[in-house]
Design a protein around this ligand. Sequence first.
Ligand SMILES: [Zn+2]
Length: 214
Amino acid sequence: MFCDTIDACQYSQEINIMKNKKKSIGDLVLAYFKKHPKKDLKHGPVVDWVEEKYLKLYGRKPRDTWRQIRKFHEEGILIQVKKGVYRYDPDYIRKKELYDFPAYIKEAIYKRDAYKCVVCGRGRKDGVEICADHIKPKDKGGTNILDNGQTLCTEHNVMKKNYSQTEAGKKYFIKLYKKAVKASDERMIKFCKQIFDVYDEKGINSHIPRPNHK
Ligand SMILES: [Zn+2]
């Protein structure tokens, strides 16, 4: 799991600051979603609404409204239901606050691990940035207690994330392999087998069984 880049608390502070300023594209996007909580909203009508409001306020069309929607999604404020459809759910945000490590737990995790990555042993003294990782990921129900935290350097944090992404890769090659078997495509069959061999050799994603044996 990634480090928690956006702090919900910090976020609401930012919102308060923005209230005193003129409305940004982000303010308008969020206002629309907040008006329709827990609803699956297609991004087209949201963009139209925001653009109309913006035009009235400033006499020109805003740029990249859709990008702002995507940014809110990346920050965990909007849920992407499917491509081009987003949802704002205040319960989800509350839950996110519940699962993210509060600052004092983060500090306790670092202290317990002597401010060093538990994989490579490097830390800030070596000029390496560290972060508090959820051992059991948040989206799999991992909570924000000390025992579920470990110190990782950014490199190993990214690696951990990438290893879970290789799951999708393996599943993809399983699909390709099955297709190749149907089509008796020997070259593709051989290619997929070689890929599966690499997975075996590195000992990753063994919980996803390969469709053939050596
Ligand atoms: Zn490391």
